[in-house]
Design a protein around this ligand. Structure first.
Ligand SMILES: [Fe+2]
Ligand SMILES: [Fe+2]
Length: 262
């Protein structure tokens, strides 16, 4: 943070952040390994939000180049700020749990930009499908589930804020596709189906990694409690079917993946 006048102006853009009950988590009864788990989870959430910020900004640039409708672009121009706020919220949660953990990544390879050759509309569509129709659409129900499972007012406030913002992100890709539909031919759609498959494969390999982790102990009343691994994975598979595969197929994007049950 730069602080001073810049921070004040930023705070005025999202005043609710300072009203959250920061500093009220009582972690005295939480075992050390659970604390490390929480620090890791919130730190990697902060990184994911940071990366999503890069995703949405790149998609927005291509939407502008593709001369997407002005009101649609205007709606999406809020997203980089949303993701920036989410980075702060998750990073502060990690601090509340005892501090951020180390994250190693290559900043030149944070995201996979558009790979399709040709017109900006098709490139924009590629990113809209990968980042929004798969990534953001899937994150809405998962975040909502995690929010509902959270007990303490602080994580509830943080997750509640993120869920509110993400509602608009999750439908954005499909609003775009409904507009772009008339300009996409069969070949374009096959390419978009492949782009969706690529993004879905990345999500499925994340699930495999979650499955391999030692099982979290589900402690009712634990200040840090969120969804148990099994409940999360079950919801993830259902959400993939309902929020990603079905809406893509409804729009004639030939996605070929069927995730296995959790
Ligand atoms: Fe976010
Ligand atoms: Fe988002």
């Amino acid at each position: 943070m730069l602080g001073g006048a810049v921070e004040k102006r930023y705070r005025r853009m999202r005043p609710e952040v300072e009203t959250f009950p920061w500093g009220t988590l009582d972690l005295s009864g939480v075992p050390a390994d659970e604390l490390v788990r929480a620090r890791l989870a919130w730190t990697s959430a902060a990184y994911q939000e940071h990366r999503t910020g890069v995703d949405v900004t790149e998609a927005l640039r291509l939407l502008m180049q593709a001369q997407a409708p002005l009101d649609l672009i205007a709606l999406g121009s809020r997203f980089p700020l949303d993701e920036t706020v989410h980075v702060e919220l998750c990073a502060r949660m990690a601090m509340e749990a005892g501090g951020g953990t180390e994250i190693l990544y290559d900043p030149t390879r944070m995201i996979l930009g558009a790979t399709f050759e040709g017109r900006p509309l098709l490139q924009a569509a590629e990113l809209m499908v990968r980042f929004f129709c798969v990534g953001e659409a899937l994150s809405i129900p998962l975040l909502r589930g995690t929010w509902k499972a959270a007990r303490h007012p602080l994580p509830r406030a943080v997750l509640g804020r993120i869920v509110k913002d993400e509602a608009a992100h999750g439908t954005f890709g499909y609003i775009f596709l409904d507009w772009a539909e008339a300009q996409l031919d069969r070949r374009d759609r096959v390419l978009l189906g492949q782009a969706a498959d690529l993004a879905i494969d990345a999500v499925i390999s994340q699930w495999d990694e979650i499955r391999r982790r030692p099982k979290a102990e589900w402690q009712e009343g634990n200040a840090l409690a969120w969804m148990s691994t099994d409940a999360y994975l079950e919801l993830a598979v259902r959400s993939m079917n309902e929020n990603v595969l079905q809406p893509l197929r409804d729009r004639d994007v030939p996605v070929s993946r069927f995730p296995n049950g959790a």
